[in-house]
Design a binder for this molecule. Structure first.
Ligand code: UDP
Ligand code: MG
Length: 307
């Protein structure tokens, strides 16, 4: 059986030599029949040139080079579409997903699992804030989404051919891959690993990007935030009815010296806020619907090498 390893790369020239020395033995330990697919996600450094020299000497190293930077999710999608293996593994280029995990994933694959995902044993490599925010995200996501994602699982995994086909069958542009992987279902199992810190180079993420990534993931997997406001509105209306009754009673029984400025102000400010939030939530979904109906391709390929 053939193994494909997909590695998305965006300006990773400094870490690639280390990656190759660790990846090759790991892959060979699995099977001699393999391919390593580098998805060049619009790198502006020497990444592509370096990959090309490798691909020239080794036909099992393949390159899909995208026309610009489309983001990791798009790069992974391009990789899944180009991979030909019976089992398809996904690995970060920066050695945070240690290549040595591949033989373990491959073993589970041969035992008949379709979706074998790496689970971080500890997140000590991450900052305190990142750990807290990631933990909260997983909790909220799994409460709301139709298909929960395993706690502390990343993109690092091995998929069987049929799981790959399932993920590729999903036409959406907003590609939150972790969510799509778990949507596919099939026989899944986690393999614990220690996520190391980056081999070299630096991360392409910042908190603003991560926040938007989380938002994309949530809105792609659940419409609950949209529906929530209906219930909130109902609840508030009931309260308002009660309050109206009480106010009318007070007026009839006690007459009405003008008062209530504070309660009026509070109510106006509160509900203006609620309405703006509601509009914002609708806007989030609307913008995503807009992106979907445009039907743009998720990525565009500049060139393919050894494919
Ligand atoms: N990556 C990519 N396109 C991007 C950003 C990142 O292909 O726009 C790749 C990157 O080269 C690496 C992987 O995705 O192989 C993970 O990126 P990074 O290490 O920056 O993310 P982190 O591990 O900090 O979450
Ligand atoms: Mg990384």
């Amino acid at each position: 059986m053939k193994l494909s390893v997909i590695v998305p790369v965006f300006n990773e020239e400094s870490v690639l030599p280390q990656l190759r020395t660790r990846l090759e033995p790991a892959v060979q330990q699995c099977t001699p029949d393999y391919e390593v697919l580098f998805i060049n996600d619009g790198s502006t450094d020497g990444t592509l040139a370096l990959l090309k020299t490798w691909a020239e000497n080794d036909k099992r190293i393949k390159i899909v080079s995208l026309s610009r930077n489309f983001g990791k999710e798009a790069a992974l999608t391009a990789g899944l579409a180009a991979a030909t293996g019976d089992g398809v593994a996904v690995l970060d280029a920066d050695l945070q997903d240690p290549p040595e995990i591949l033989p373990q994933l491959w073993e589970k694959f041969q035992q008949g699992f379709d979706n074998i995902y790496g689970v971080r044993k500890d997140r000590t490599a991450d900052s305190f804030f990142k750990r807290i925010s990631a933990g909260t995200f997983y909790k909220v996501y799994n409460r709301l989404a139709d298909s929960p994602i395993p706690y502390n699982a990343g993109d690092c995994r091995l998929l069987s051919r049929r799981a790959v086909e399932a993920v590729l069958a999903l036409p959406e542009r907003e590609r939150f891959m972790k969510g799509l992987f778990s949507w596919a279902g099939f026989k899944s199992i986690g393999v614990p690993f220690v996520r190391e810190s980056r081999g070299a180079g630096h991360t392409k993420w910042n908190y603003w990007k991560l926040w938007n990534f989380a938002l994309n993931g949530l809105t792609a997997s659940t419409t609950l935030p949209l529906k929530l406001w209906t219930y909130f509105g109902l609840f508030v209306s009931c309260g308002a009815f009660g309050y109206a009754g009480w106010a009318a009673y007070k007026k009839i029984v006690f007459g009405n010296p003008v008062s209530g400025w504070t309660s009026l102000m509070v109510a106006i400010l509160f509900f203006s806020g609620v309405q703006l939030i509601t509009l914002g939530v609708i806007g989030e979904y609307l913008s995503r619907i807009f992106n979907e109906v445009k039907q743009r391709p998720t990525y565009w390929i500049d060139e393919k090498i050894n494919l």
